[in-house]
Design a protein around this ligand. Structure first.
Ligand SMILES: [Ca+2]
Ligand SMILES: [Ca+2]
Length: 342
């Protein structure tokens, strides 16, 4: 009797222990399922967020491309209406408007700048790969006006020219760059973007210079548009004193304010008293000036900013507008498209 009672009490204890283990297992499984469910839900939230960001950026990118197309159309329309380019024209006015179907604050903006108002770095070297001495001197004058070392001109010309012998005292070729860490070689060809200058100069020097230079396509010696070029670029031209540049700028401002136009012909500049004096003083001045200056442009920089919710795009496109002629129609095409800083 006593033995039976002991046996049944030990069975009851074993039963309670098993129920306890089953309960703990059930609690653990429930906790595990809860953890998995929470993880899945948070990963799903991240996926939704990530997909949303991708969609917003894709939308902003499409807006930016749309804005670039609008800019190209504006340049086409301008060329159909007139043969000169100046700062009072429609294309020179920045635009900004709310993004279609966007939230408050979503917007698209853009502006067009004349790249022929800048010094074309690729003019430094001729089609045979040799440095153009006159262009090199002009670039040195531009650097001086910007309080930069004129010797930088030789570094840039060496980077572009076909040869591998440093030019002048300040030139630099592979020998200098391959000793750096990390090392690299010179391009020995035309620049695609002015940002390549960062391989030849400091960031501070580049930032001072960037707004005054362009790298326009190879084989196309470009002229400076006197209607859009800033004082520093005009001041880099041979023979011109600061007083000559001032007279040109004064007349340009007067034409813009009073007639809403720029110079219609390069002869209009050459007829200014200061320029008539230069023609008398230097026999080749007229030929030189007409050879490197113009009143129309073919290359433009289109800068676009688009924001759509979390998506933001800053895009810059180099656009070429080729004049109709020789059976070819007027063409406005994008040569280079970059994101971020120019
Ligand atoms: Ca025009
Ligand atoms: Ca070289």
């Amino acid at each position: 009797m006593c033995r039976n009672s002991l046996r049944s009490s030990s069975f009851r204890r074993a039963g309670r222990r098993q129920r306890g283990i089953a309960l703990i297992t059930a609690v653990l499984i429930t906790a595990l399922i809860a953890i998995i469910a929470v993880t899945m839900a948070s990963e799903q939230q991240l996926d939704i967020r990530r997909t949303g960001n991708i969609l917003d950026r894709a939308q902003a990118w499409q807006f930016a491309l749309g804005m670039e197309t609008i800019a190209r159309l504006a340049l086409r329309k301008d060329a159909e209406n007139n043969k000169t380019d100046h700062r009072m024209e429609e294309w020179n006015k920045p635009v900004q408007f709310p993004a279609p179907d966007g939230a408050e604050g979503d917007m698209i903006g853009g502006r067009i700048e004349d790249l022929q108002g800048r010094f074309n770095l690729n003019n430094l070297v001729d089609e045979k790969g040799n440095i153009d001495a006159r262009q090199l001197q002009q670039f040195k004058r531009l650097l001086t006006q910007l309080d930069l070392a004129p010797g930088l001109a030789e570094r840039v010309a060496d980077w572009i020219d076909a040869g591998s012998t440093p030019h002048g005292l300040d030139g630099a070729e592979d020998d200098e760059y391959t000793r750096l860490d990390p090392s690299y070689r010179t391009g020995n060809t035309y620049l695609v973007s002015p940002s390549e200058l960062l391989l030849m100069m400091t960031k501070e020097e580049f930032q001072k210079l960037a707004g005054f230079v362009a790298a326009l396509p190879r084989g196309k010696k470009t002229k400076i548009n006197v209607n859009t070029a800033p004082k520093e670029v005009l001041g880099s031209l041979e023979y011109l004193s600061s007083a000559d540049v001032e007279q040109l700028l004064k007349q340009r401002e007067q034409l813009e304010k009073q007639n809403s136009r720029g110079f219609d012909k390069i002869d209009e500049v050459l007829d200014l008293p200061a320029f008539q004096a230069l023609r008398r003083q230097h026999r080749d001045f007229e030929r030189y000036f007409k050879g490197c200056c113009d009143v129309a442009s073919h290359f433009f920089l289109v800068s676009v900013f688009a924001q759509f919710d979390k998506g933001e795009i800053t895009m810059r496109s180099v656009v070429e507008r080729s004049a109709p002629g020789g059976g070819k129609p007027l063409r406005v095409s994008t040569l280079l498209r970059t994101q971020g800083d120019y």
